[in-house]
Ligand binder design. Structure first.
Ligand SMILES: [Zn+2]
Length: 454
């Protein structure tokens, strides 16, 4: 398949731009991963869903995609919480990293090519800090090594900040950044007794890295500089990505960090930002405990473009669950495999090439189902092809429809099958009713039956 022109909204320019990779046919994506100190919420997961859609679409288009999604496993919070639980930092962060990977799996988010951990890439961070010291962009203070934003060219361009570079140096020592006020930030924090056993004894001093330097080091290690696409939530534009750019450009003679920065919008709840700190958040575990499938959340996210703000409600999630069920039931009723409809595929490609318009792509799926001029078999093949990008796992959902029926229903269905073989129609009808009372529909097929939820 020929690679189509793809337009993506680049935060660096504030415009939709034609995507051109650094190397023909290849794409490198860095997706800022979680700090693993508790379970991520569904708002955080939108960012990984969005990077997954981007990766799937580019792969489907024929690119060889390398996706790096890091794990931040050292910072103020992880150290403090591991101490409170009286376990090592490694054991503590390992537990939450695993919960994160489990959540990704439930949303059918594909594995990254690399999932580096910050604590395993300290040497790469030291190299950047040493280069920054050499280039006069970093300085040593009492409690750590800081990046000097007044020495940096174009600091804050990504976030559209206009910095008064004549201001005296103000420093920010902890990991909780002031969202309004750009300040010199820590590249390396010298050890204090509060850090306990967490430190690296290095040429630049005994201590640990700051947050921003981690991503500068891990992205370039695997993807080179500049690489193609850097993704994250809109809240990372400043200070995180702004600081990543300043560090990486500063250490590398102004060479850009990445050519495209893509940012997804927040998920709101009751019209305010879903946030751990505010206590108003929902996890995938909670979605499952309400009897809804995690994939219904993926379907719900597909309804909106990744850049828009969306307000979460349980009612709209339940509607998504119903829609997803309707879709997989309609497809499971079609037995044969047909041809992929090129016209619909072209429309789908067009929608996705326009800054990943997933809501339009989803509408195309429903248009295909409703189209009377297309055979059922062709509808199924076309939708399953599109689902390679949307990732609703429709092919597997169809396969598991029968297997999912509870044992009681399956036994009734088999008894009914026996009754039918013996031409005992009255019993067969009574059993069909019993199966329906349990919420399942039985359909007779040549050589057997299928079960699907009513
Ligand atoms: Zn990052």
């Amino acid at each position: 398949m020929a690679i189509k022109d793809i337009y993506l909204h680049n935060t660096l320019t504030g415009k939709k731009e034609l995507f051109k990779p650094v190397t023909d046919g290849k794409v490198g994506i860095y997706s800022c991963g979680p700090t693993v100190y508790n379970q991520v919420h569904i708002g955080n997961l939108r960012s990984y869903f969005f990077a997954d859609i981007l990766k799937r679409f580019l792969t489907w288009q024929g690119y060889e995609v390398t996706l790096v999604r890091n794990i931040t496993d050292v910072d103020d919070k992880t150290i403090k919480k591991s101490q409170q639980e009286n376990i090592s930092l490694k054991e503590f962060t390992g537990k939450y990293a695993q919960l994160f990977f489990d959540d990704l799996k439930k949303l059918n988010i594909e594995e990254a090519t690399y999932s580096p951990r910050a604590t395993e890439n300290i040497d790469e961070m030291l190299k950047i800090i040493q280069d920054l010291l050499k280039n006069g962009l970093a300085y040593k203070a009492k409690d750590g090594i800081y990046f000097s934003i007044s020495k940096s060219k174009n600091y804050g361009a990504l976030a559209g900040l206009h910095i008064d570079n004549t201001k005296s140096e103000e420093r920010i020592a902890n990991d909780e950044y002031d969202k309004e006020n750009p300040q010199d930030f820590a590249l390396w924090k010298f050890w204090t007794p509060e850090d306990g056993e967490v430190f690296w004894d290095t040429e630049i001093g005994k201590g640990r890295p700051g947050w921003h330097i981690e991503c500068s080091a891990m992205s370039v290690k695997y993807l080179g500089q500049p690489f193609d696409i850097h993704t994250g939530g809109i809240d990372l534009v400043f200070p995180h990505h702004t600081n990543e750019i300043a560090q990486s450009e500063g250490a590398c003679d102004g060479k850009p960090l990445a050519n495209y920065f893509l940012h997804n919008g927040h998920v709101l709840i009751d019209n305010s930002k879903m946030a751990k700190s505010a206590g108003n958040f929902i996890t995938i575990e909670e979605v499952s405990s309400k009897g809804l499938t995690p994939l219904s959340y993926r379907y719900w996210l597909l309804n909106a473009n990744y850049r828009t703000l969306i307000n979460f409600t349980w009612e709209t999630l339940a509607s998504s669950e119903q829609a997803l069920k309707r879709l997989s039931r309609a497809l499971s009723a079609i037995e044969e495999i047909g041809e992929i409809n090129k016209d619909y595929l072209e429309k789908f490609e067009e929608a996705m090439s326009d800054d990943l318009n997933t809501s339009k792509a989803l509408a195309i799926v429903w248009d295909i189902l409703k189209d009377n001029s297309t055979s059922d078999a062709d509808k199924k093949s076309t939708i399953l092809e599109i689902d390679k990008v949307l990732g609703l796992d429709l092919a597997n959902q169809i396969k598991t429809q029968v297997a999912e029926a509870p044992e009681e229903v399956r036994i009734l269905a088999e008894t009914r099958e026996e009754a039918r073989k013996n031409s005992n129609w009255a019993e067969s009808d009574a059993l069909r009713q019993k199966i329906a009372d349990l919420g399942w529909k039985i359909e007779d097929k040549s050589g057997g039956f299928t079960l699907s939820p009513l």
